[in-house]
Design a binder for this molecule. Structure first.
Ligand code: SF4
Length: 371
């Protein structure tokens, strides 16, 4: 298949559902790690059309959702400073911090700007040498190369007024944390294709071997997701645990070598807190010592942040697959996209946003959890 439409072909999808039905003999729980895949699943009703034995557990792969509250509060404090132009992608603006969000900071006079690329922020720093330009660099391995490039470019240009608030997170340590959790029910993973297009698949082999868990690298269109599910189920039914690449049109085992070299230069692996989940060892990137001058946390004193999470929001459980969004008592009531209590209702990749957007207000038999 060459064109996008072919990956949405209803007839092919029907055949794929039939195949999955034929090979499924007992209950299996599969986690789609990435929020983009969650949206594809909910938008296309895949979870409702699968055999009832298959439960899809939504994973923590939404970059906005897992950005720790402390970093959000640091962003709010930095963005409120008069000398700062604070740059971010749009979906971070409505993420609730302890007391407000970036929109509120903007309405109170903060110079908060939405950019479409971190290089736009570098350009702003060139255009405003009298201001401090800060870029909010969050996300998984997917967005990191562009952020690394921006730091590299700022260094090359000798910019002294550019910095980044970095909160990058990494997928493989999150898979380890899920598998080592005493309450884990995940038996197979759909790994995020775009992450693997950067990092390759090599990091996943040790996870497959250590936890004896099938991992299938999967894309985002309906047929991509169905093929990923089909391959995981086939492995589980046959008692196999292997790493498979079902997204060969974008993913090579070695990944993007040039991007990985830049990432290794600009970033260093660090322990990272995930919002609603807690600290996962060696699960993030911070700026390497070589580029420490571009670290906004060092440039601005934001060390004494006191965080307060919403008492009502249960997004930590949603992110760990322990609760479906529509099982949260606040879903669609106190918490809506207009009045979000948690980042999972704000982000375009958030599970709560997906359930709200596609009208999943009532839990169905096929989406029950906590079994
Ligand atoms: S529905 Fe709202 S309150 Fe409930 S978990 Fe999702 S974001 Fe949090």
């Amino acid at each position: 298949m060459k064109y996008l439409d072919e990956f949405r072909d209803p007839e092919l999808a029907r055949r794929m559902f039939d195949q999955i039905r034929r090979i499924t003999t007992r209950p299996w729980a599969i986690m789609e790690v990435c929020g983009g895949q969650t949206h594809s699943i909910i938008r296309n009703g895949i979870d409702q059309l699968l055999p009832p034995e298959i439960e899809l557990i939504h994973g923590p792969g939404c970059p906005v959702c897992v950005t720790p509250l402390e970093i959000i509060d640091k962003a709010l404090a930095i963005a409120a400073r008069p000398e700062v132009i604070f740059c971010s992608f749009g979906d971070m603006l409505r993420v609730p911090g302890s007391r407000k969000d970036l929109f509120r900071v903007k309405s109170e006079g903060g110079d908060v700007r939405v950019v479409y690329s971190p290089l736009d922020a570098v350009k702003l720093a060139q255009q405003h040498p009298d201001r401090e330009v800060v870029f909010f660099a969050i996300g998984f391995e997917t967005t990191a190369p562009a952020n690394a490039m921006a730091v590299y470019q700022a260094a090359r240009l000798g910019l002294k007024n550019f910095s980044m608030l970095v909160s990058h997170v990494l997928v493989p340590p999150a898979i380890s944390a899920i598998m080592e959790s005493p309450s884990n029910r995940v038996q197979g993973f759909l790994a995020a294709g775009h992450v693997c297009s950067v990092m390759g698949t090599d990091e996943y082999q040790p996870l497959v071997e250590k936890y004896r868990v099938p991992i299938v690298v999967t894309g985002f269109e309906p047929l991509d997701v169905l093929e990923g599910i089909r391959r995981v189920i086939l492995q589980l039914e046959q008692g196999r645990a292997e790493l498979e690449n079902a997204y060969e049109r974008a993913v090579r085992p070695e990944g993007n070598v040039a991007a990985k070299q830049m990432l290794a230069d600009v970033f260093t692996v660090t322990d990272r807190a995930w919002r609603g989940i807690g600290v996962i060892p060696r699960s993030g990137w911070r700026l390497s010592d070589r580029y420490a001058a571009f670290d906004a946390e060092r440039r601005f004193d934001v060390s004494n942040i006191q965080t307060t999470e919403s008492m009502l929001c249960r997004s930590g459980e949603v992110l760990q697959g322990r609760l479906k969004p529509n099982q949260c008592p606040a879903f669609g009531k106190e918490c809506t996209p207009r009045t979000p209590l948690g980042a999972t209702m704000v982000s375009s990749e958030g599970a709560c946003a997906a359930y709200y957007q596609y009208g999943r207000f009532i839990p169905t038999a096929n989406v029950g959890v906590n079994g």
